[in-house]
Each structure stands twice: as C-alpha cells, then as structure tokens.
Design a protein around this ligand. Structure first.
Ligand SMILES: Nc1nc2c(ncn2[C@@H]2O[C@H](COP(=O)(O)OP(=O)(O)OP(=O)(O)O)[C@@H](O)[C@H]2O)c(=O)[nH]1
Length: 216
C-alpha cells in the first residue's frame, strides 16, 4: 500500500497515486505514456479514474486536463504508466498536437450511445497518422457506456470494423458497471507500447550493429 492516500491492488500488482507523484523504479523502457482521447462526454475521465482507483465517480471537473502516474507489474516487469485524461475542445477529441506527440499509446474512446462520437475518431486517427508520420503506433479503440444497451447507436460489429481499419483491437467497456474490461483495455495498450518500444530498440540495435558501432 502506498503512503499519502495512495491506493494499491495486490491482485494486479498495481498501485496508484493521484498526485503528488511517488517515484518508483523505472522499467528499462521508461514510462508508458497513454493519452485518453475522444469527444466531450464519452467517459474519458470515468475510464481513467476507474482504472486508477477502481472506483466509478459519476461527475468530474470537465475543464482540467489531468495526468496521473500508476505503477503496475505487467508480465513480470514493473512499469510506470502515465495516463493523460485529455479535455475535448468542442469536437476535437482532445487531440492537440502536443498531446499526440507526447503519447506512446492512444486510447481512442467513443460511446456506443453516440454515433457522432464514433465518427469523430476517424479524423482523430488521421491526425495521429500525420503527427507520427504514418508509422504504426499502439492504439486501442474503446466503445464505452455499453451498459446503456437500450440507447445504443453503434453496434459492436461497427466498432470491430473500425478497429480493423485502424489495425488495432476493440474493447467495449462500461466504466460504471465493469472494472475488468476497463483494466484489460489499459493493460493491453500498455503491453502494446512496451512491445513497440522493444521492437524499435532491437531495430535500432541492428542498425548500430550494421555500422559496426557499439552503444556507450
Ligand atoms: N451509464 C454510463 N455513464 C457513464 C459511463 N462512463 C461515463 N459516464 C457518464 O458520462 C458522463 C461524462 O463522463 P466523463 O468521464 O466526464 O466524460 P469525458 O469524456 O471525460 O468528458 P469531457 O471531460 O467533457 O471531455 C458523466 O456523467 C459520467 O458519469 C458509463 O460507462 N456508463
């Protein structure tokens, strides 16, 4: 259990603190930076807070962008996860250039009760591709509020089709009803970020080796 009001979950090996940050031993790949993006009201804060504290809190201050640190053991390695809960300015999905440049992995959130929020992710994905110069980056598509089945506007199949187009996975979640899916979505994205960094590093090592250089 962390001190100073921090929370921990021995079952997942995770612990979180909602500011001030507690410094922990870093993994060899550095922090895993996750940006949570999507239109106003899709549940970005609800998902972030649910993941970090295991609790669903109904209402959030919608004017503050929040960055949290969370330590977790993923596949035997201690990983520090930074979660940036973005704020959406009108319809921009929180995808400011500086945010997109900062992140290692992107959680693209829509709500299954709003087609508009779903459609807006195509533009956001184009923006990510522009910023990352078209290279394949770790993304997960999240269809939130699936507890509101009677109001559904976007089917699971449509979500899956989007994920296929984006070359990533889809997870449907209910931040209010189901902790497991929320946790799985964050951990899956983190794994993909670590994997991505591992591959980038081994590619870099091969380039260094090809030039007969040694790392200092
Ligand atoms: N029924 C239901 N309501 C949810 C769920 N997730 C979030 N909400 C509600 O949806 C509303 C918006 O949630 P937020 O987490 O503030 O959404 P946001 O995307 O952070 O919104 P902005 O900060 O304005 O961009 C709140 O009233 C939440 O209680 C969910 O899974 N199910």
């Amino acid at each position: 259990m962390t001190s100073g009001g921090g929370l921990s979950d021995p079952s997942t090996g995770g612990s979180s603190t909602l500011r001030p940050y507690i410094k922990r031993k870093k993994s060899s790949f550095g922090d895993t930076k996750i940006a949570v993006l999507g239109q106003h009201g899709v549940g970005k804060s609800a998902l972030s807070v649910r993941f970090l504290t295991k609790r669903f809190i109904g209402e959030y201050d919608q004017t503050i962008e929040s960055k949290y640190k969370y330590s977790a053991v993923i596949d035997g390695e201690t990983v520090t996860i930074e979660v940036l809960d973005t704020i959406s300015d009108k319809d921009d999905c929180g995808g400011r250039d500086d945010v997109l440049k900062w992140a290692d992995g992107y959680m693209l959130v829509y709500t299954v009760v709003s087609r508009k929020s779903f459609d807006s992710l195509y533009e956001l994905k184009r923006k990510i591709d522009d910023i990352k110069k078209g290279s394949t980056v770790p993304i997960i598509v999240v269809g939130n509020k699936c507890d509101l089945a009677h109001m559904r506007q976007v089917t699971r199949e449509e979500g899956q089709q989007m994920a296929e187009e984006f070359g990533c996975s889809l997870v449907e979640t209910s931040a209010s009803e189901d902790l497991k899916d929320v946790t799985d979505a964050f951990f899956q994205l983190c794994r993909e970020v670590i994997d991505f960094k591992r591959k980038s590093r081994s590619f870099f090592d091969r380039v260094i080796g090809a030039f007969g250089l040694e790392k200092s």
